[in-house]
Design a protein around this ligand. Structure first.
Ligand code: CMX
Length: 464
């Protein structure tokens, strides 16, 4: 990319504003941006070749069930940063969660990965060195100043507003700083869109923890905020700004942000960001839209629902409930027309490895916690019952079945806040991809919809 600028022969003062901006974006990007600039031309060529060589090859048939069943299994989106396998679970750029735990640098030896390292992996496809990860932490710190009016906007909300509503409002207030929106208006050439999208993405990721921590302190701690600590990494600093000083909680937050970041492109939050971004809505607008999807109880809000449901179990049948009592409770939930939160998945067909690694964390740090023991008992009881219903395709626990129990152990008992933690993490994964969406020049999304009549006529003709 640098060569492009070297080829621009105009004197600096004679260059149009958007080109001057491009040069500025390149120079202030830090290491990860230079790496990205190196990779983009190769990946653009790869995309061109795939389109040319394989463009007409079918990836499988779409059935009527898929069309009216939430597009389940339709291969209809490019998402480079991660891939989900129904049995094995998520791989981030080819690495499983245990591999990430082993290979990505941590804050302490043998500790959980730093989310900044995962971001590097998602963006570049390469495992970063410690120095590269430290560079991302530093870059985030430099970009982390949140404009004062964002807090004024949030202060106008009643504290009873759901934290996810406040998070989305905070992101929308940050949107006023969008470099992409400004550059687009100034007429930036589309080959350079990725640069201000990169800047917006890094700025949003850098500023989101303070916005999210502000919401936490405002809603649950009487509004007394805690300033950031520049000695801390991304996850630890977020925990610190919320008021958590326990080093083990900092480790949990590193793991939490790493594993919740990305889960390929089809889930509601990721797909929404990708879809909205495809209209060239800037990263703030795109992420705010995705957060509204994450706030749904069948998606990210399930983590809040799980803790409430477990507390309901304890309240009704006690922490030492027998298997029979637990079974009865599960059936009661199902018969009242509700789902068992934290169980089931649209793609996975085995226990979610994100559940598994949180269980391992619990076994290491809180093996005797009564609610952790309850989570383990629930694991024995729920899957056979869901199978017995005869309709649930995946009876196993997902990521949300475990996270709340870990958080409450360290004192974070405000379950309505849990989805905000998920949101801060998910922002990393979706923005890593959004940068690539613009770098590859992916087009506006526009799948075909059908009517009942069209489907009936088509199928009747086909049957003949
Ligand atoms: N409890 C009760 N019923 C469930 C169920 C559960 N945990 N999971 C699926 N079902 C039901 C569905 O509601 C559906 O019922 P109807 O046919 O009556 O509508 C039927 O089983 C078939 O659903 P499915 O094909 O197995 O699952 P879907 O792909 O449609 O939905 C999901 C996936 C996650 C929405 C669903 O399993 C669910 O509602 N789980 C509970 C909520 C939850 O934990 N969500 C978090 C998912 C992870 C995340 O995104 O964060």
């Amino acid at each position: 990319m640098m060569q492009v600028f070297q080829r621009v022969l105009l004197k600096r003062t004679e260059r149009p504003q958007c080109i001057r901006q491009s040069a500025r974006w390149m120079s202030k990007g830090g290491d990860m941006k230079s790496k990205l600039a190196e990779l983009i031309p190769k990946e653009q060529e790869r995309l061109k070749k795939i389109k040319k060589d394989y463009g007409k090859i079918s990836l499988g048939d779409t059935t009527v069930d898929m069309c009216i069943g939430g597009m389940r299994g339709i291969k209809g989106m490019l998402w480079e940063c991660s891939l989900l396998d129904a049995d094995e679970g998520i791989r981030f750029r080819g690495l499983s969660i245990p591999e990430c735990q082993k290979k990505l640098p941590g804050a302490i030896s043998g500790g959980e990965p730093l989310p900044e390292g995962l971001l590097w992996l998602l963006v570049t496809g390469e495992v970063p060195t410690k120095e590269q990860v430290a560079g991302v932490t530093k870059d985030f710190q430099k970009r982390s100043k949140v404009p004062g009016f964002v807090f004024d906007v949030l202060n106008k909300f009643p504290t009873s507003a759901h934290p996810m509503t406040q998070l989305t409002a905070g992101i929308m207030a940050l949107q006023t700083q969008s470099e992409f929106a400004k550059a687009y208006e100034a007429g930036l050439h589309k080959s350079k869109y990725w640069q201000p999208v990169y800047e917006d993405s890094m700025n949003l990721m850098a500023q989101l923890p303070e916005v999210a921590a502000f919401i936490y302190r405002r809603v649950y701690k009487g509004g007394k905020t805690i300033p950031p600590d520049p000695k801390l990494d991304y996850a630890a600093n977020y925990a610190h700004m919320m008021g958590y000083t326990d080093k083990k909680f900092h480790e949990l937050m590193r793991l939490y942000i790493t594993i919740h970041s990305d889960h390929e492109g089809g889930n509601v939050s990721a797909h929404t960001v990708h879809l909205v971004g495809s209209a060239l809505s800037d990263p703030y607008l795109s992420v705010a839209a995705g957060m509204n999807g994450l706030a749904g109880p069948l998606h990210g809000l399930a983590n809040q629902e799980v803790l409430r449901w477990i507390q309901g179990v304890v309240k009704e049948v006690g922490a030492d409930a027998s298997t029979e009592q637990l079974k009865e409770f599960v059936w009661k939930t199902l018969k009242s027309g509700k789902v068992v939160p934290g169980y089931g998945h649209a793609v996975l067909r085995k226990t979610d490895p994100r559940y598994q690694c949180q269980r391992e964390f619990a076994l290491k740090h809180l093996p005797n916690d009564p609610l952790f023991k309850m989570v383990s008992k629930i694991y024995e009881v729920v899957p056979p019952i869901l199978l017995e219903t005869g309709k649930v395709k995946n009876p196993w626990p997902n990521v949300d079945a475990h996270s709340g129990v870990l958080l409450q152990y360290y004192g974070m008992k405000e379950e309505n806040y849990y989805t905000v933690l998920f949101g801060v993490s998910r922002t990393m994964g979706v923005l890593a991809q959004l940068i690539w969406d613009r770098a590859l020049g992916l087009p506006i999304e526009r799948p075909k919809s059908l009517t009942f009549g069209w489907i009936e006529n088509y199928c009747k003709k086909k049957a003949k």
